[in-house]
Design a protein around this ligand. Sequence first.
Ligand SMILES: [Zn+2]
Length: 138
Amino acid sequence: MNALPKKPLPEISDLTRPFWTAAREGRLVMQKCPRCGTVNFQPKPWCIECGERALEWTEMPSEGTVYSYTISHSVAMNYLGWQEELPVVMCLIDIDDGARMYAQLTDTVAEDVHVGMRVRVYFEEISKEAGIPKFRPA
Ligand SMILES: [Zn+2]
């Protein structure tokens, strides 16, 4: 019998560590540019708008809006842990006053998911050094 592999863990670098650590502590953070105010996500070594390198990790609001989504019913989620969650809803979410991020939406049925849906973040611990933000209907 073939055992399914566990869900892959993020590859954490010095650049991304603040995001994963904050998520483990129950906080959603993104890099904000002190010069132009742009919120950068995913983590980057410099601001995507003005090139500033001294970006500041800033706590984001806990809610956002679904920009787009996809629903997976099978094969791409062939990991232990995903199978029990099928169908899995993955969304692009515009965080209020923040940036757009990719995350899983739970606690809803696939038929109810829609563009413009208001969602709220919560966190799951996935390792000793990382948590992962997920979302539920607000
Ligand atoms: Zn900037």
